[in-house]
Write a protein that binds this ligand. Structure first.
Ligand code: MG
Length: 424
């Protein structure tokens, strides 16, 4: 028997994380807001049932949420990241062949088949994840990743399936005939529009398109998707994460920032965060791009947005070097008298540490690497920004608004949940 793929998807992941340590929220509508409390990025089923839209700006629906008694949370990525790694490491123990696809999704190769159907096995997996981590998941099973995704959709939407659907146990064409092409994995909104114009509206239509036509209309990626819908595996499990092309860190400020000093502190902070990720993946950056923007929606001031690319004298992963090259470029972008809303940095031209190419005219900085390693170790052990660059500032008044954030229950000693018990 050939191996099957299972897609394990955490249900309403951020909302489910919030419920873990606040069981009084079970059965109640919960939403989670994006960075800076901008818009809604996660909804519990009860919130979905109230008609609250994904991506809705918070300021527009704040009243409605209050009126309906919806529990609102700022995003708490320390919590979500930690719960995600618990779910993923558990899945990895249960099924060793696994690809972590996103913070709340993983593909597995199903091998265990000791009696019973795959659906039974999926239900067992689901129960185990629920019992060990507290997170509800849906599982879709299929002969290809794309079909497992389709199955996952149905498992989530259709309550009668109890969270698990094995597409090989059903009439695949009948299912694909009712599945909108826009929801097929890998078919974006723009592509779906183009396909609809050609009369291809369901996954079944796409599956039945001719190969030549597909290659001409959609390129090789579209053909691959159609093949996958036919049950021919074209995508494999990516056990090792694909190496990244760039690392970005940017955020909106908690209020409109005018001073260059504060902008510099914010940019240095974002560089610190990006550089930690760079070193974590054993990469060096050859270039960086910085950006600065004012509020696009301001009615009183003109919109300004500036970008600058800095090519570094040699590939580096040193926060100090990155900051030293980025800050003068920021001064060049800065226009006095404007109110800025957002700054960001993108590190690119990434190469593995082992590919380091020496600069003929400068000796390699040997001490920097050891310093950064020590810095990362200390911050990993004692918390982010225990030691930081002075350039990143200390008060950070520009920092994000996150007024309704729950505690970092699982990653901070100060914020551990307290259990109260009394003897009978
Ligand atoms: Mg999910």
């Amino acid at each position: 028997m050939s191996k099957l793929f299972a897609l394990v998807d955490c249900n309403n992941f951020y909302a489910s994380c919030e419920r873990l340590f606040a069981p009084q929220l079970i059965g109640r509508p919960v939403v989670v807001l994006s960075n800076n409390d901008g818009c809604i990025i996660a909804r519990s089923n009860e919130a979905k049932a109230l008609g609250i839209a994904m991506g809705a700006p918070y300021f527009k629906c704040e009243k409605l949420l209050k009126a309906r008694g919806v529990e609102v949370f700022s995003s708490n990525y320390a919590l979500y990241g930690d719960i995600s790694s618990r779910v993923m490491s558990l899945l990895g123990q249960l099924e060793p062949e696994m690809e972590v696809y996103s913070i709340d999704e993983a593909f597995l190769h199903l091998t265990a088949m000791a009696g019973g159907t795959l659906t039974d096995y999926g239900r067992e997996l689901r129960r185990t994840v629920r019992r060990w981590t507290g997170i509800p998941v849906s599982i879709g099973i299929g002969p290809t990743k794309t079909l497992a995704k389709v199955a996952g959709h149905l498992a989530k939407k259709n309550e009668a399936l109890q969270g698990v659907f094995d597409i090989t146990s059903a009439d695949v064409d009948e299912i694909l005939g009712r599945f909108p092409v826009a929801e097929v994995w890998g078919i974006g909104r723009r592509l779906a529009e183009r396909l609809t114009l050609c009369g291809v509206t369901t996954a079944l239509d796409l599956k039945n398109c001719g190969d030549g036509w597909l290659r001409k209309k959609l390129s090789i990626t579209g053909l691959r998707t159609a093949m996958e819908l036919r049950g021919v595996p074209c995508l494999t499990l990516e056990n090792c994460p694909v190496s990244r092309k760039s690392i970005a860190s940017s955020k909106s400020f908690g209020y409109q920032v005018e001073s260059l000093t504060e902008l510099k502190e914010a940019l240095a902070t974002y560089i610190e965060q990006a550089a930690v990720r760079l070193r974590g993946q054993h990469l060096l950056a050859n270039s960086l791009e910085i950006s600065l923007t004012t509020n696009r929606f301001s009615k009183t001031a003109a919109h300004y947005s500036g970008r600058a690319v800095v090519t570094l004298p040699e590939a580096t992963a040193s926060t100090t070097v990155l900051i030293r090259h980025a800050l003068p470029a920021l001064s060049g972008l800065y226009r006095p008298g404007l109110c800025y809303q957002k700054a960001g940095v993108v590190l690119f031209g990434l190469v593995p540490e082992t590919f380091y190419q020496a600069n003929l005219f400068r000796p390699r900085d040997q001490k920097g690497g050891a310093l950064m390693a020590a810095l990362d170790q200390i911050n990993a052990r004692w918390g982010r920004a225990t030691i930081q660059h002075g350039a990143a500032g200390f008060a950070k008044p520009w920092k994000n608004r996150q007024e309704q954030k729950s505690p970092a229950y699982t990653t901070s000693w100060q914020e551990l949940p307290v259990v109260k018990a009394s003897l009978p």
